[in-house]
Design a protein around this ligand. Structure first.
Ligand SMILES: Cc1cc2nc3c(=O)[nH]c(=O)nc-3n(C[C@H](O)[C@H](O)[C@H](O)COP(=O)(O)O)c2cc1C
Length: 368
């Protein structure tokens, strides 16, 4: 029997909702093309050539997974079903996903549907109220069969993660490659940002934000400040240590089979988005803590992160500490690190590009 077509209004509503999927630094590395009433193309791209954090495009691929899962959940709430496949001829750098959409009369909405728009990153300290066994079970189940969730919850475990993030942040704040990214992605003075991270959602107090804004006008200032004025201390305390202690738990999402292909990272993104939406369904907030994971990818591949002397050694040491914490096997499958806890919703957040700006009928190099 031929599947019932979906009208364009419904497809548009589905895409409007799916725009709220998370992406690293709110890059939204996707463009949409409605081909006909049953087929939408997702033109993905990555930022590996511009963004040091997008190691081999994996951060973008995780975002693509989050988007595909959000599309599935959005469709379910609109009485539709989706299935997707990667166009075989598409490249890792510019994957094209075919999303087949059909009517699913009588199909139930996914219970995560109400949280698509409410999900938001919380970068500030949260309450330390421990997770209940049900919350722990639901978060672990949300990652699916192919991913395991390890919880670091006790005060001592949170201190261990805080120390790791303290050293990790030193790398992040003192390498010129990361500075280039930070300079581009923060929208200064803003509470909302359609295509970046607004200053007020970064997670520092207003005074530190003003100082950061001034210092970050040039690498020379940053370097001087770091070297002679302990410039990394205030941001590391506010962005790493206090949030690392101020949460219910850190979650390490580990692929049961270490990821090797682009689609493995897409699968990781599906798991991440399900965990994130489930956290909201449980009344919790979440913040990804991805840079240690990404730096570990550099170390494992013996790839240099920075031209600055000493940084690559620090990256290797950090990667070794992660392996010691999780065990070698789990560390090789580590795809997502995040923290969860309850808190009031953040007063500032990233919004999204308008759907019209995310629509395309083109592919390839013209995307961005
Ligand atoms: C692959 C990936 C990596 C991310 N890494 C971090 C991170 O290390 N730290 C952080 O605070 N947020 C991280 N985020 C969250 C994004 O910055 C955030 O989702 C985006 O800016 C949109 O904001 P929203 O989630 O509040 O809608 C990450 C998101 C994704 C999908």
């Amino acid at each position: 029997m031929e599947q019932a077509m979906v009208d364009r209004d419904t497809l548009t509503r589905m895409l409007e909702l799916a725009r709220w999927a998370p992406s690293g630094d709110n890059t939204q590395p996707w463009r949409f093309e409605i081909v006909d009433e049953g087929l939408v193309l997702i033109h993905g791209f990555d930022t590996r050539d511009q963004v040091v954090y997008d190691f081999e495009g994996h951060a973008s691929q995780i975002a693509h997974g989050a988007l595909l899962e959000t599309l599935r959940i959005a469709a379910s709430g609109l009485g539709c079903a989706t299935s997707w496949r990667l166009r075989p001829e598409s490249s890792d750098r510019q994957p094209v996903f075919e999303l087949h959409v059909s009517r699913a009369p009588g199909g139930a909405a996914d219970p995560l549907f109400p949280y698509i728009e409410r999900r938001v990153v919380q970068r500030r300290p949260m309450r330390t109220t421990p997770l209940t066994p049900e919350q722990r079970r639901a978060l672990a189940a949300a990652a699916g069969e192919s991913h395991e969730v390890r919880f670091f919850e006790s005060f001592a475990e949170r201190v261990t993660v805080a120390r790791l993030l303290w050293d990790n942040a030193y790398i992040r704040l003192t390498c010129p490659e990361a500075f280039e990214v930070h300079r581009e992605v923060i929208e200064w003075g803003a509470r909302y940002s359609t295509d970046r991270i607004p200053e007020q959602a970064v997670g520092v107090d207003p005074l530190t934000a003003r100082l950061m804004r001034w210092v970050m006008q040039s690498w020379g200032r940053v370097d001087f400040f770091n070297k002679y004025l302990m410039g990394t201390v205030a941001p590391r305390i506010q962005l790493d240590v206090l949030p690392a202690l101020g949460c219910a738990a850190h979650l390490f999402v580990v692929a049961r089979r270490p990821p090797s292909s682009m689609l493995d990272y897409v699968e990781a993104g599906i798991a991440m988005q399900r965990v994130w939406l489930t956290a909201h369904a449980l009344g919790l907030h979440l913040q990804p803590e991805m840079t240690p994971v990404i730096f570990k990818w550099y170390a494992t591949a013996s790839r240099s992160l920075s031209v600055k002397p000493g940084i690559d050694d620090r990256v290797r040491l950090l990667s070794g500490r992660l392996a010691a914490l999780l065990g070698n096997d789990a560390a090789s499958g580590l795809v997502v690190m995040c923290r969860v806890g309850s808190s009031a919703p953040p007063a500032s957040r990233s919004t999204r590009k308008a759907l019209a700006d995310l629509m395309t009928n083109r592919s390839g190099t013209e995307l961005r």
